[in-house]
Design a protein around this ligand. Structure first.
Ligand code: C2E
Ligand code: MG
Ligand code: MG
Ligand code: MG
Length: 281
């Protein structure tokens, strides 16, 4: 009966929409299996101080290695994990992994920050603070090493609730970053009210430096504004030495991007250190 009904309404859908819906359903089902069977890994992309080529931190970025589909990029499955609520469970696992990684670095006397992306659903979740608190205590990570990345849209929806949640997170001792800064809908007057520590300049502004003078103006303005508001600033998607020179000349020293390294699994850290060392010799 459901099938017959499906056939009747079928002509309302374009073939593409139908394919997209099928893919979505496929990913939703596979996500449940993938979580259960441990098909995910957390990769880490270094954030480097371009003045001395030293790693100051890492961003945790999830990777899904599907047994048949190969690597499925986060842009494809995070929105579906978000829509189905599976992100809460997956997100808690990412927090746990990233904190264990941070604790391992600390045990080697490496004072690196770890940035972790939060999704909207996770940020709104009433249990987020207690989940994170538990993970911090259990892993022994120094909370000041943790930077939680949020986007502008997550803050602008329900401003009062967001401010309250941010204060509760900050009470654990963690820092807050605004990811993809400049791409979202955000009000500068609100920005001052949020207890935020770091702005991440979005890759879309960085990628056409030095060809696009508008992007250079915008990037310089974001960095200057961050300084005025006493926020730290990290540039994303840095791929060339020209971009590094521009950022450095505009007082942005912490950069993340393919110029230094793609996101890598933890076992590739020794090779990364070797490569960074060679830049200084
Ligand atoms: P994002 O948080 O803005 O992460 C930066 C993205 O830019 C990453 O893509 C990274 O691999 C990519 N990237 C870094 N440097 C360069 C560069 O120089 N050039 C280019 N072309 N790309 C660069 P990725 O890992 O595919 O992640 C995409 C998005 O998926 C992330 O954007 C984030 O919004 C989301 N995401 C990834 N991991 C997680 C996670 O663990 N939790 C949540 N909630 N979202 C995640
Ligand atoms: Mg991010
Ligand atoms: Mg970003
Ligand atoms: Mg992004």
């Amino acid at each position: 009966e459901a099938k017959a009904k499906g056939r009747n309404t079928f002509h309302f859908y374009s073939q593409e929409l139908n394919a997209a819906a099928n893919e979505r359903l496929f990913i939703e089902n596979e996500l449940r299996t993938g979580i259960r069977e441990g098909q995910f890994r957390v990769y880490y992309q270094p954030q480097v101080d371009c003045r001395n080529n030293q790693v100051v931190g890492y961003e945790a970025l999830i990777r899904w290695f599907h047994p048949n589909e190969g690597m499925i990029p986060p842009t494809k499955f995070i929105p579906i994990a978000e829509a189905t609520g599976l992100i809460v469970e997956l997100g808690a696992w990412i927090l746990q992994e990233a904190c264990e990684f941070a604790a391992r670095l600390a045990s080697q006397d490496l004072k690196n920050n770890i940035s972790i992306n939060l999704s909207a659903r996770q940020f709104k979740d009433a249990n987020l603070v207690s989940t994170l608190d538990k993970i911090i205590k259990q892993t022994g990570v120094e909370p000041k090493r943790l930077h939680l990345e949020l986007t502008e849209s997550m803050l602008m929806g329900h401003v009062e609730a967001a401010i309250l949640q941010l204060h509760q997170l900050k009470a654990l001792g963690v820092s807050i970053s605004i990811d993809d800064f400049g791409t979202g809908y955000s009000s500068l007057s609100y920005l001052k009210r949020f207890p935020v520590d770091i702005l991440k300049v979005d890759r879309s502004f960085v990628k056409d430096i030095p060809q696009d003078s508008n992007d250079m103006e915008i990037t310089a303005a974001i960095i200057a504004m961050a300084q005025k508001l006493k926020l730290n600033v990290v540039a994303e998607g840095v791929e060339t030495i020209e971009q590094i020179e521009f950022l450095q000349n505009n007082n942005c020293y912490i950069v993340q991007g393919y110029y230094y390294s793609k996101p890598i699994p933890e076992d590739e850290l020794p090779a990364l250190y070797e490569q960074l060392n060679s830049l200084n010799s």
